[in-house]
Design a protein around this ligand. Structure first.
Ligand code: EPZ
Length: 427
């Protein structure tokens, strides 16, 4: 398995262009199945999760070509609407295919995606939403069979603003008969991007970004050319790394409006952030200050996907900070590894109490999930000495060659693959 070897202590500097958003691209790739014509997607990030989604689409009979950041899709010859269990297990976001396949083909077979390191990841809100649109849903063990001759618009009330459930219902409703209203919808920028994409196909969706979304069903959708928004979580990860290494970094292509809650927390810690037209400059020189309370909540509040990264920064800030994780029940798995690097963090249920320390120290650590892994990379870049991060495949799910991104910013980080370790062994 690949490892990342990091020599810490070098302030990051320079300019980086932020790649397309994983969490916008995944539902949009699934929604492409709704189009009768071909779809061309631009600014698609080159990530493991994107590769898996494209494999699933090919497995269903969809033509899918991926060249750099461009993807060409054509769902004209889809031969199946059954998602194989091994592919479901490989990436839980395959659950996004439920809505489009049900809307277009009247039937979908898939499997419970199962939990992951950060939590149980239930899909009951997805299933309840599709049932409200008229789908018959049968669960046999982990297998789920959804059928509907034609979906019919309905008012759906979400008792939690689930991102995935909001997106699945949107994608199912665009070909349903009549109007669907999603009350209590999630408001993330990725949902706004999905609305923009669906309307480019000829759908009639409005309200994304608010807590109520209206969808008027149409009979068919055509292809289009579409550019994915930049990844706000990758942007936030780079911003935190710049601050943690006391560097000075310019981000190109980031959308500051998608990061207001992070910017607020970083400025409270003493980070210098200048927002320009399509760029952001992030810098920090002296010691940073603790932030007494950071609570993860649905957008536009502070995002759970940046909790681990900010915790690393607060571990190096003067004073005691408190972080409360309200979205996922298992999202503190980076704490033990940070403490092995010298951090002083105590966890009590869904609260983490972080007492800043003068320095972290490099050692061998293990990524347990995507954002925990990113946090350990930031810790390694800021630490004194060498850090080796194992289980890098978790990080590759959401960051396009993270070592190249930070090397470009003067970070001393290299990827060591099994092959190169074998070659060294042969010397
Ligand atoms: C999306 O996951 C993102 N993934 C996650 O990013 C992100 O952390 C999450 O939204 C919250 O912002 C993608 O967009 C591909 P949810 P999703 O449905 O849709 C519970 C990353 O690091 N829930 O809003 O799965 C669920 O258990 C990933 O890029 C139900 O109970 O998130 C969780 O506790 C990690 N029943 C909470 O809601 C349901 O039917 C939030 O889930 C659905 C969700």
């Amino acid at each position: 398995m690949d490892k990342l070897v990091i020599e810490g202590g070098k302030p990051l500097s320079g300019t980086i262009r932020i790649h397309g958003a994983k969490n916008a691209a995944l539902p949009i790739l699934a929604a492409s199945l709704l189009a009768e014509g071909s779809v061309k997607l631009l600014n698609v990030p080159q990530l493991l999760d994107i590769d898996v989604m494209l494999d699933i689409l090919r497995n269903l009979g969809c033509r899918a070509e991926h060249e750099e950041q461009t993807v060409l899709l054509d769902g004209a010859n889809i031969a199946s609407s059954h998602i194989p269990e091994p592919l479901m297990r490989q990436m839980r976001s395959s659950v996004f295919l439920m809505g489009p396949l049900l809307a277009r083909f009247g039937e979908v077979q898939l499997y419970q995606p199962g939990g992951c390191a950060i939590g149980e990841r239930k899909i009951d809100l997805h299933l309840r939403g599709l049932a409200a649109l008229g789908a018959d849903i049968e669960e046999k063990g982990s297998r789920i069979v959804c059928k509907a001759k034609r979906l019919t618009g309905a008012e759906i009330i979400l008792d939690f603003p689930s991102v995935g459930a909001t997106e699945n219902i949107m994608m199912a409703a665009v070909l349903a008969k009549g109007r669907t209203t999603i009350v209590g919808a999630a408001r993330e920028p990725e949902i706004q991007d999905l609305q923009r994409f669906l309307n480019e196909l000829g759908a009639k969706v409005r309200g994304a970004g608010t807590d109520t979304i209206f969808i008027d069903g149409v009979d068919r959708l055509e292809g289009c050319v579409f550019e994915i928004i930049p990844d706000r979580i990758v942007s936030g990860t780079v911003m935190v790394a710049a601050a943690a290494t006391r560097g000075d970094v310019t981000l190109e292509g980031a959308h500051p409006a998608h990061l207001t809650s992070l910017i607020h927390v970083l400025r409270r810690a003493g980070v210098q952030i200048d927002v320009g037209d399509g760029i952001m400059k992030v810098g920090a020189s002296g010691r940073l200050k603790a932030v007494d309370r950071v609570v993860t909540s649905p957008y536009p509040a502070f995002p759970t996907d940046l909790q681990a990264q900010v915790m690393t920064l607060l571990a190096l800030s003067d004073g005691v900070s408190v972080m409360k994780e309200t979205i996922f029940e298992g999202r503190f798995k980076h704490v033990d590894e940070l403490c092995r690097m010298g951090a002083d963090i105590r966890v009590d249920l869904n609260h983490a109490f972080i007492r800043g320390v003068p320095q972290l120290y490099g050692t061998s650590v293990e990524a347990t999930d995507l954002r925990a892994g990113a946090a350990l990379v930031i810790a390694g870049l800021a630490a004194h000495g060498r850090t080796v991060v194992e289980q890098v495949h978790h990080i590759d799910r959401g960051y396009d060659r993270i070592e190249a991104m930070f090397s470009k910013l003067n970070g001393d980080i290299v990827r060591v693959t099994n092959e190169s370790l074998k070659l060294q062994g042969q010397r």
